[in-house]
Design a protein around this ligand. Structure first.
Ligand SMILES: [Zn+2]
Length: 90
C-alpha cells in the first residue's frame, strides 16, 4: 500500500435525512442505499437499510480509490467493490 491515507469519514443518516442529503449533494432522487464520494473521502449510509455488505462495498471504494497511484475508472472500482461485498464471508 502507498503511504498512510487519511481516515474515511462515514456519515450515517436516518432514511429521510439520507434522501435529503443525497438530493442536496447529487441532485438525484434515484433510490440508493449508500454511496462514496472520493473528493470528500466520505461514505454516506442510510441507517434504515444498511448491512455489513453495504458498508464493506463502500469501504472497498474508499480503499481502492486511495490504494493505486492512478485512480482506476469508476466501472473497475465498482466491479472490485461488488466482489468485496459478495465475498465478505468467504
Ligand atoms: Zn459501488
Amino acid at each position: 500500500m502507498r503511504k498512510r491515507v487519511k481516515k474515511v469519514i462515514i456519515n450515517i443518516y436516518p432514511k429521510k435525512l439520507f434522501q435529503k442529503i443525497r438530493y442536496r449533494i447529487t441532485g438525484s432522487k434515484r433510490p440508493i442505499r449508500s454511496w462514496y464520494i472520493y473528493e470528500r473521502n466520505t461514505i454516506y449510509i442510510n441507517a434504515d437499510d444498511v448491512h455489513e455488505g453495504i458498508l464493506a462495498h463502500e469501504m472497498a471504494h474508499a480503499i481502492i480509490d486511495h490504494y493505486m497511484r492512478v485512480r482506476p475508472p469508476r466501472a473497475t472500482t465498482e466491479i472490485l467493490a461488488r466482489y468485496v461485498d459478495e465475498h465478505l464471508h468467504y
